[in-house]
Design a protein around this ligand. Structure first.
Ligand SMILES: [Zn+2]
Length: 245
């Protein structure tokens, strides 16, 4: 289950996806993954054949280990945008992600909508998460994906001051509310193909945790990740986001 607020935000994204970015849609522009009007974010470069698998809202005691097993089995490295509040309670899992040479990014402390948060809250969310992740892994964290993709100039400014590059995505589907792994993988594959036609790499988002409900079922997301890997592993190159910065 995700919160009603989250549902509204995601529904808003869906509406924009369907209608295109309408004039005056200021609040949507701060959420729409492709929008660059509030600052320059890392999405994906024009690099044919490259795919970045990224996972948000973990670490999760049940699903992250299963996902790590899938990635290890196929020798694929991915990027994990972790919530500080989840990382703090599961440091062993964070260490396991890092030990497998996946890239770890900051996804805030507890997933607020930063289109509506004050500067003090944004700074605290980023800094606190940064500190926990760096203490656990001993490695500098360089990337930040805002919850819901929400961006405003102040988000970019604070991220920059903390040495963080803001990351969006260009291949996402509602994996958090979709019970069918096949449909998730199918929808992502369609987006990946569209991007390929434009010569664009794919920055793919899936969820290995639930920000509002840590017991949310992420089996479909994990299975969809494996389906995407199986479909593309002989013809494409899976990269972590540091390959693009
Ligand atoms: Zn998230």
């Amino acid at each position: 289950m995700i919160s009603p607020v989250a549902t509204g935000i995601y529904a808003g994204l869906g509406a924009v996806a369907g209608a295109g970015l309408a004039v005056g849609a200021y609040s949507y522009a701060s959420l729409w993954p492709g929008s660059q009007i509030f600052g320059k974010a890392l999405t994906a470069p024009k690099r044919l054949g490259e795919l970045a698998l990224t996972f948000d809202d973990g670490p999760n005691a049940e699903w992250t280990p299963r996902l790590l097993d899938v990635l290890a089995k196929h020798e694929v490295r991915a990027t994990f945008f972790l919530l500080g509040s989840h990382a703090e309670t599961q440091p062993e899992l964070v260490r396991r992600i890092a030990a497998a040479e996946h890239l770890i990014g900051n996804h805030s402390w507890d997933h607020p909508n930063m289109a509506r948060s004050g500067a003090g809250v944004i700074r605290e969310e980023l800094q606190r998460t940064q500190k926990v992740l760096e203490q656990i892994t001993g490695t500098r964290v360089k990337f930040f994906r805002p919850p819901y993709g929400a961006r405003r100039p102040v988000v970019f400014r604070i991220a920059r001051e903390l040495g963080l590059k803001v990351v969006t995505s260009n291949a996402m589907t509602s994996d958090w509310s979709e019970p069918s792994a096949e449909r998730i993988a199918e929808r992502l594959a369609k987006k990946i193909e569209r991007l390929r036609k434009r010569g664009q790499a794919a920055n793919i988002v899936l969820h290995d945790g639930g920000h509002g409900d840590p017991s949310a079922n992420r089996a479909p997301s994990v299975a969809a990740a494996e389906a995407i890997i199986q479909k593309y592993k002989s013809t494409r190159r899976f990269v972590t986001l540091d390959a693009w910065s």
